[in-house]
Design a binder for this molecule. Sequence first.
Ligand code: A3P
Length: 295
Amino acid sequence: MDPSKYDYRENFDKVHGILMYKDFVKYWDDVETFQARPDDIVIVTYPRSGTTWASEIIYLICKDGDVEKCNEDVIFNRIPFLECRKETFLNGVKQLNEMASPRILKTHLPRELLPASFWEKNCKIVYICRNAKDVAVSNYYFFQMINSYPDPGSFPEFVEEFMHGEVPYGSWFKHVISWWEERNNPHVLFILYEDMKEDIRKEVVKLIRFLGRKPSEELVEKIVQHTLFQEMKNNPCTNYTTVPDEIINQKVTPFIRKGITGDWKNHFTVALNERFDVHYEQQMNKCTLKFRTEI
Ligand code: A3P
């Protein structure tokens, strides 16, 4: 790969060995010392794994299915992004500190970077994960959409970086494994994007129960209808279209893009797929978590 075309140094830095946006790293103390509250709900994902979808579902659960409450504000104000920081105008920590309880927040941090306070306060944590190939594809488009990101180059070039964790939030493999080790922690719920795609009602019921509420048919149905792919794609409160083009340029590709399992087949060549499978096996052979790449 031509290094000048894919120069991360300008935009990214490392925090505890993991690649991260420079602006986030600059204020990392604020993230590390973040003070959780016992009733915080934490949504954790590797980027592009279904964060926004799960976030809207969880928000609705906490609002007893009241769709009006979802439409009062954009999702990134209702559910702040913990580590997000851009000088003075974007500050997830500040947003959260000023927010009344109960709070719902999102983060993309691997297990070892989650602020200690969330563990000390026994907060409920939902980890959403998605198969690596579709995550790679979705991130490839995401890179093209975010103006402050470097040009990801060709898809095979990007996949190479993705496989070696040279992307923000580091290795998908390490991220997933780090969280899978928490699977027996009663405060952590694991949800797979592919399971959501296959049977959303079942996963919504799981989430409702985990959050200590009753899964009435009416509540489940309201949530399912409001969070359909097309609904969220057209909804300015969830589709990020209110963010200026200078930050997220959705003319290139929409934030809520295809929402399917198996789009990787349209991007991976046979050779790239074989290479990826070998690498995947090396990284994941000790992990008991199995993903589906088609449903
Ligand atoms: P694709 O790029 O494959 O379409 P995140 O919210 O973590 O950034 O994840 C974004 C991915 O979730 C995108 O995947 C997006 O289309 C998908 N997504 C968002 N809302 C969805 C929904 N309601 N149903 C299914 N997929 C959804």
